[in-house]
Write a protein that binds this ligand. Structure first.
Ligand code: TYD
Length: 202
């Protein structure tokens, strides 16, 4: 019998260790003989590259930025996410539309509206793991102290993003995982959550 696809998304503010955790989680599934596809957003496709290029220069209006993230995601869903899930693979993403809710939400858009626009075309994951960390620790992990004007702005924005991420708590597919402990313990917790989901689905 063909195995059903499994869709896991890792989210959280900058500095929470999403990319390390997604790499470790992918390795764990592969050890179990599962085929795994790893992705990240913004993607390395044309729209994602455009987003990364403008991130440095900050030339985009918030509205144009939001449209680019949506275009990038639409392409990601069509080209990678949907086909991999249909083929029964495990898909692990480092950021998805919950980042748009949080980051573009922190820039003034309504997170609920952003969510609705995304869920019109983007499948909801089976598991959303939100890696959580207080903003001070996150800032120090990304090499900022939060005391210059620019860093102060960053602190404010990250605090809003964190608040929006945490507002998702309570939905059945959402799990908040504190990351202050260290990467091994965090990975352990994520694997427990994935295992429980597997048992529930079996
Ligand atoms: P990040 O995962 O930090 O990429 P990298 O460290 O490899 O450059 O993502 C880049 C930034 O993009 C991050 O600050 C969050 C932001 N972002 C949004 O604002 N909206 C979105 O929808 C996504 C996916 C990311």
């Amino acid at each position: 019998m063909k195995q059903a696809g499994l869709f896991i998304v890792l989210e959280g503010i900058d500095g929470t260790g999403k990319s390390t955790q997604s790499r470790l989680l992918a390795a764990w599934f592969r050890e179990q003989g599962r085929e795994v596809v790893e992705g990240r957003e913004p993607t390395d496709g044309p729209w994602g590259r455009q987003i990364r290029a403008t991130a440095a220069t900050g030339r985009l209006s918030p509205a144009d930025e939001l449209e680019l993230f949506l275009k990038d995601r639409r392409e990601h869903v069509e080209q990678l996410i949907a086909p991999a899930l249909a083929a029964g693979k495990v898909v692990i993403l480092d950021r998805y539309y919950f980042s748009t809710m949080a980051y573009q939400g922190s820039r003034g858009f309504d997170p609920a509206e952003i969510r609705a626009r995304n869920e019109a075309f983007a499948p909801q994951p089976d598991l959303l793991i939100i890696l959580d960390l207080d903003v001070d620790t996150a800032l120090s992990r990304i090499g900022a102290r939060g005391d210059t004007a620019n860093e102060f702005e960053k602190r404010d924005a990250l605090a809003k993003c964190r608040e929006i991420f945490l507002s998702l708590q309570g939905e059945p597919f959402v799990h908040i995982v504190p990351t202050a402990a260290g990467p091994e313990e965090v990975q352990e917790r994520i694997r427990e959550i994935a295992e429980a989901r597997g048992e529930a689905a079996a």
